[in-house]
Write a protein that binds this ligand. Structure first.
Ligand SMILES: Cc1cc2nc3c(=O)[nH]c(=O)nc-3n(C[C@H](O)[C@H](O)[C@H](O)COP(=O)(O)OP(=O)(O)OC[C@H]3O[C@@H](n4cnc5c(N)ncnc54)[C@H](O)[C@@H]3O)c2cc1C
Length: 449
């Protein structure tokens, strides 16, 4: 006999948990989450390694764009469960640190590079016809800045060259150019770090990012989250989902699993073909636990970007600065977490990766001869949903077709839109899906491009 449920949710990452949290908030009780893993949180989970160091799947920081999300976060951990930080981001280049945003702090560069960047900025063609992210970068920053920083850095992040990416995701993510301000900064030599909509963020006092989602799951009611329950088949005509031999019959279905996987579960050749147009990159995370106090030059830094090729990583987070409890003996140890992207155009040697990271940390003078207490590595095959040139067309084929079949697909890889794939966005995609089903409200975050 199939088990009947009104609202069925696939995946207990932030998106699925957001939907369930909202259902509970609206006093609904007829819902279930099916989760393949033995724990909740999806990509926003945390791990404690054998030596007691806590790690996330890459540097997770929370910049909220929503009041409802903020309230839910305080509900989950309590107001005292958080540590608040000022964003302090840096770029390591030419053997020195330059404050982020890079383009506002050119005064820190050697004179020759500074002049090249400034000339490029002055000569840039702001009316360039934009076909790709590469064109957008060139027309925004000019050739000098692009060759020195934007192109190599973005290849390291995305694992694809910028001509393969669209530019529609950029929005407020990249600081816009203000030439007068840049020139003034060069004249005064004063660091300009005030840019940005996101200059403060919060992080859980203990347990890493995963703690948030464990707590959200407990609020929801743990009996409604079925772990180790991997969906193996969906019959949209009968409105049934299979987990092994068990069958669940639903009225409303929210799927937060990757679009290519759902196309396969539906065994729909058209959807499978469209999904093959979607691009993604894998993320490798390497954590290094170290003995001693955090060195002076890293004391206030949150994360750093690395465009050059003497290190494999694009970003390193001083994870023990996010919370002293991310190390087993606070004050006596510190931790650095590196992220390395991977695609068929940017391969990674898993065997040598940890050593490459250690060498990269030394080449970038982040560490010298500190004793390494622990190394930890994780490979997430789907890390970043790539905003590729073919993405929007594929999404316009896939997402409406799923809706016609009565399946709402949301979340980081369920919607495959980088621009709405952070924790606050994905949680709210779940919340707003419920608002639509129950209150007939528009979904503001999720919009097919
Ligand atoms: C390297 C990296 C850095 C990030 N940094 C930040 C950051 O700084 N700030 C921020 O806010 N966000 C950040 N994020 C994004 C954040 O992790 C995501 O927003 C969030 O995890 C997405 O939630 P989701 O529920 O959409 O998807 P997921 O977290 O991917 O959850 C999907 C769930 O579905 C389950 N599932 C898959 N297939 C099945 C199946 N067949 N049956 C049942 N269950 C299934 C999975 O096990 C998983 O639990 C980062 C992500 C990465 C990878």
């Amino acid at each position: 006999m199939p088990r009947k449920v009104k609202h069925l949710i696939i995946g207990a990452g932030p998106c699925g948990l957001g939907a369930a949290y909202r259902l509970k908030d609206l006093d609904q009780s007829d819902y279930l989450i099916l989760e393949a893993s033995h724990k909740v949180g999806g990509l926003a989970t945390s791990y404690i390694d054998e030596k007691g160091f806590t790690w996330d799947v890459g540097g997770h920081v929370q910049f909220s764009h929503y009041e409802y999300f903020d309230k839910a976060m305080n509900h989950a951990l309590g107001k005292d469960g958080w540590l608040n930080h000022e964003r302090e981001a840096w770029v390591w280049i030419k053997d020195r640190f330059v404050p982020y945003p890079f383009q506002n702090n050119l005064h820190r560069l050697p004179k020759e590079d500074r002049d090249t960047c400034l000339n490029g900025l002055k000569k840039r063609d702001t009316h360039l016809k934009l076909n790709s992210f590469k064109d957008w970068l060139l027309s925004s920053f000019g050739e000098g800045l692009c060759e020195l920083f934007m192109f190599p850095y973005n290849f390291k992040v995305w694992a694809y060259p910028t001509e393969m990416l669209n530019y529609e995701w950029v929005g407020e993510r990249v600081a816009k150019i203000d030439l007068e301000r840049i020139q003034k900064n060069i004249e005064t030599g004063i660091d300009d770090v005030s840019w940005g909509p996101n200059n403060t963020f919060q992080f859980p006092k203990s347990g890493g990012t995963g703690k948030i989602w464990d707590e959200v799951a407990s609020i929801i009611d743990l009996k409604k989250v079925l772990l180790n329950s991997k969906v193996t088949h969906i019959d949209w005509k009968k409105k049934r989902v299979k987990v092994g031999e068990e069958i669940f019959e639903y009225e409303n279905l929210l799927s937060t699993i990757p679009l290519n996987n759902i196309s396969e579960l539906l065994e729909d050749p058209q959807l499978i073909a469209s999904s093959s147009e979607l691009m993604s990159s894998a993320t490798n995370v390497v954590g290094i636990g170290l003995e001693g106090e955090v060195p002076e030059h890293l004391k206030t830094k949150c994360w750093m970007y690395f465009p050059e090729d003497d290190s494999p990583f694009y970003r390193v987070t001083v994870f023990s600065n996010y919370s002293p409890n991310n190390v087993p003996s606070p004050g006596n140890q510190f931790s650095l977490m590196a992220e390395i992207s991977e695609s068929h155009l940017k391969e990674v040697d898993q065997e040598s990766l940890v050593q490459e990271v250690i060498d990269g940390l030394k080449n970038s003078k982040l560490i010298k001869d500190e004793k390494i207490l622990s190394t930890w590595k994780l490979h997430a095959p789907l890390g970043y949903p790539t905003p590729s040139l073919s993405r929007n067309k594929a999404l316009r084929e896939i997402l409406p077709s799923l809706e016609e079949k009565g399946i709402s697909s949301r979340g980081r890889f369920g919607a495959w839109m980088y621009e709405i794939s952070n924790q606050d966005h994905t949680f709210m995609q779940g919340v707003e899906w419920v608002n639509k089903k129950i209150l007939d409200e528009d979904e503001k975050t999720f919009k097919i491009p």
